[in-house]
Design a protein around this ligand. Structure first.
Ligand SMILES: [Ca+2]
Length: 310
């Protein structure tokens, strides 16, 4: 099986399959050979969701051009998304036509009647498409295709791929990042104790960070694109004493990198035993920085991490 490596902006290496598009375990093959639809349970705006599909999977928000794909994607979404009402598809509707982000033709539509112009979502309850009245932060469905093949006449000894291998070394619903050989998942609305416990129940730990590249991926996984004064993400830093350097990672890995915001860690109020990660803050200088913070506060989400299993 041929594989290639995509080098993206900040030198992360994301693995994908050349015989067909990379397909996570929860993915399904589309009607186009080598295509794969899959859901991501990360709440993002339309543009950020599409950027995520592009950056980490070399794909786009999903286009749907056949009734069969429509029904398969609905089945996928209903089984994958536990609590979502709507999920992004990759279309913009002008009231009569759809423009798909991946350039697919406007040959099939499944809107509820009198849908207004806007970005297209799939409604999991009704099973039809509509357009939300504002650019919500919701989960989304990516579509990856193997149509970027640059060799026009592949060797006849290489079998033509027509299936989408379930090649992700991560459990269903987790995001695989090749560079760190890790699987990530967000658990929403936690405090320090419940976030830690929920990761452990899933055989994972709160995420640890050991380099600027790893800090960047945590940012990419946790930002939503909408600034929020309380956009705090819990990850695995834990205070072990009162000193500035008295910290450890909950997964036991070495404490060898920090990205504290200016003046941090300050142990303000004397009980800042956890760390919050600034995902979407109004001050750009604070973006992706860390602040020691009380564990019993409400965090937008916890980021869990576990090693990929091959
Ligand atoms: Ca602090």
């Amino acid at each position: 099986m041929l594989r290639f490596w995509v080098s993206i902006g900040f030198s992360l290496l994301i693995h994908t399959e050349f015989c067909s598009a990379f397909c996570p375990k929860n993915g399904i093959s589309g009607s186009t050979a080598g295509s794969c639809f899959f859901g991501l349970e990360l709440n993002k705006t339309f543009d950020d969701a599409n950027n995520f599909c592009a950056t980490y999977f070399n794909g786009k928000l999903a286009s749907i051009t056949t009734p069969l794909d429509d029904s398969k994607v609905l089945e996928l979404a209903r089984s994958f998304f536990k609590s979502a009402e709507n999920v992004w598809l990759g279309g913009t509707y002008d009231g009569s036509k759809i423009e798909w982000l991946d350039g697919s033709p406007d040959v099939y539509q499944n809107f509820v009647s009198e849908t207004a112009p806007g970005k297209v979502v799939l409604n999991l309850k009704g099973g039809q498409w509509s357009t939300p009245t504002w650019n919500s932060m919701i989960p989304f469905i990516c579509l990856v295709k193997d149509n970027d093949i640059s060799t026009p006449s592949p060797s006849p000894t290489v079998p033509s791929p027509n299936t989408c291998p379930n090649s992700s070394p991560c459990p269903s619903g987790w995001t695989y990042i090749e560079t760190f050989k890790s699987c990530y998942k967000l658990i929403y609305t936690v405090n320090g104790a419940s976030g830690d416990e929920n990761c452990r129940v899933a055989n994972a730990n709160l995420a640890s960070i050991h380099s600027p590249e790893e800090n960047k991926i945590v940012y990419e996984l946790t930002k939503t694109g909408v600034n929020d004064l309380q956009a705090w993400i819990l990850f695995g830093g834990q205070r072990t004493g009162l000193g500035v350097d008295d910290w450890k990672w909950s997964d036991g890995s070495p404490w060898n990198y920090t990205n504290w915001a200016p003046g941090e860690p300050n142990n303000y109020s004397g009980n800042s035993y956890c760390v919050r990660f600034y995902a979407d803050v109004t001050n750009p200088a604070m973006t992706a920085k860390w602040d020691d913070w009380p564990c019993d506060m409400a965090y937008r989400a916890a980021l869990c991490q576990q090693p990929a299993k091959f």
